[in-house]
Write a protein that binds this ligand. Sequence first.
Ligand code: CMP
Length: 138
Amino acid sequence: MERTLAIIKPDAVAARHAGRILQRIEDAGFAVRALRMVNLTRGEAEGFYAVHRERPFFASLTAFMSSGPAIVMVLEAPDAIRKWRDLMGATDPGKAVAGTIRKEFGASIERNATHGSDAPETAAFEVGYLFAGVEFAG
Ligand code: CMP
């Protein structure tokens, strides 16, 4: 079993797509081990995306991620990191294949509906960052 960190981003929460995205997650066979709604501060978003701090989109990304409520969760499944990334589709919704979450719900490379950890080390960091001290259910 493997765990990954998933976020339903502020664009998808504001558009009331969270329920349908959660349905996709459950239909794909993930177990949701922890879930909460958060209003990230700008500083928290900057810490979460610290690996991207030198990128040109960092300021815009962290402003967007702290612009409204998001849903953060820990998903568990065999090969959960790859499986969740496959279900989300490409980072740029314009390049995501039909049937993926970002193709259906994403508007742009920044407002792309969901986030997922990209490797075991990032998953460990991101889960610890957003669920510090939390005991997981199940
Ligand atoms: P995410 O999976 O949350 O990880 C980093 C985010 O940066 C990414 O999704 C995008 O929403 C955002 N982003 C904005 N611009 C770019 C870009 N040009 N390339 C990659 N990611 C970008």
